[in-house]
Design a protein around this ligand. Sequence first.
Ligand code: FAD
Length: 500
Amino acid sequence: LGAAARLYTDEDPLVILSSSTLKPTVSNSSSAWLIQFYSSWCGHCIQYSSTWKTLAQDVKDWQQAIGVAVLDCAQEENFDVCKEYSIKFYPTFKYFRAHSSPTDVGTTYRGADRQVQAVRQLMVNILQNHTRLDWPNHCPPLDPLSSEKLLPLLGQRSDVFTAIVVEEPDSYVGREVILDLLQYSGVQVKRALSTDLLYCERTHTQFCCYLMSLLVIRQKGKRLLSGQVEALPHKQSPEIWREFDRSKVYTADLESALHYLLRVELATHSTLEGEELKVFKDFVTLVSKLYPGGGSVVKLMETLSDWLLSLPLQRIPYQAVLDLVNNKMRISGVHLGAELRWVGCQGSKVGLRGYPCSLWTLFHVLTVQHDAMPTALENTGLEGETAPVLQVMRRYIRTFFGCEQCGRHFEQAAAASMDRVLDREQQVLWLWNQHNMVNYRLAGSLSDDPLFPKAPWPSPSLCASCHEEKSGVHVWNQDNVLRFLRHHYGASNLSPTYSL
Ligand code: FAD
């Protein structure tokens, strides 16, 4: 059960970047670059990977003009570089112009359409946005020829064929065909607008197939261009499998959740102000009051909470928070594990489970703790809310959770029913039920770990009395579910095994 394949492998026709190769690849490159920054734990990124692979296959012949790459922000070695490039949500698409400077952090594509055709057209636009001064070295001209330039080409003797794609001004076919044939010699493709000539409409694939069948087109040598770095073999650190008991909750998972959240997820925000700062303060207060068992995590969160509340600032540089977490805590002997150590949240493959699993676990634990300690949030400013744990979770997910799609789904569910939660017991049950809704939706999806298939939870083996049958139909016994959740996520069921 060691590390298996990540979302992308060397067999895919794209470049897998890492912290050490990103900058050397994109800065001062003779070609432009389109990079998908993803997170291998993000379910949406997992689903989307097949589209990105199809795209990469489709435009692999364009690479001398514009390359396609990926970088996994969930890999520990890439945490800093994703922060430097301000990657807050996954997937984020950034493009870099050819000949860009080393300080260029790229431009983010914000379009909602991420299907292959839309991204192909985005790539054409990226290329056309270059000027004559920074035009990618090997990218042919993409502008249409005027009729004055076009007519002399007809009947001209040449060693190569010239194909002219005549099309409407908003068509991408001509430009796509020009790029599709970039790697081939023996034919040059030009485009002209239909306002000049009669034409018949074809797709870019029909054009390419036709042109290639006409000619014995030689594929040009595939030499790496200056400034390009060959994709390094994708290193996968072998993970050690940690034996664990599914009926327990592991503090190592909760600590790893906080480690990832504080040092990676939030660290992509260079400053916290306004709503973000408030959400962060509330989250820290909540954890400091409800994290079970005292210990160094609670001390750290209390110190952080006191510090945040004592600051008169409306705007906090996130580096100050990191300094506090990393250094001051170490001096006073209060610290949070400095590495990710998944136990109940480990996946059978690298990239499955991990952080989102631990975030669910953390919030389940917090709802159960709040139920067990009704007065814990007094004088925190959170006591006035009916379901404070859910409300803080909702705001956290909406503001900071890297999987944007997950955040949207969660927000929809919260808007539909969270206001019906009237007490602490219902708070525990609402989160359980909502989590099961997500499990139903994701069962059988690519982010489903075969070793931990998504299914209604708890299974009969964990809690037989939670399941009942009425008139031949399965129903939950909610009283027993509540009892089970109180036990499962309660302080006495937390295992410190594998914790620091
Ligand atoms: P998880 O679902 O993460 O569960 C972790 C652990 O919690 C399980 O191992 C089990 O011990 C326990 N558990 C399972 N079900 C319940 C329950 N009903 N009540 C209490 N405990 C339970 N991914 C997407 O692809 N699309 C989404 O829209 C999406 N939305 C998300 C929203 C939120 C708020 C979060 C935190 C994550 C979301 N994810 C989404 C990620 C997804 O839900 C899983 O967390 C991820 O796929 C990892 O799955 P897992 O197998 O580790 O189990």
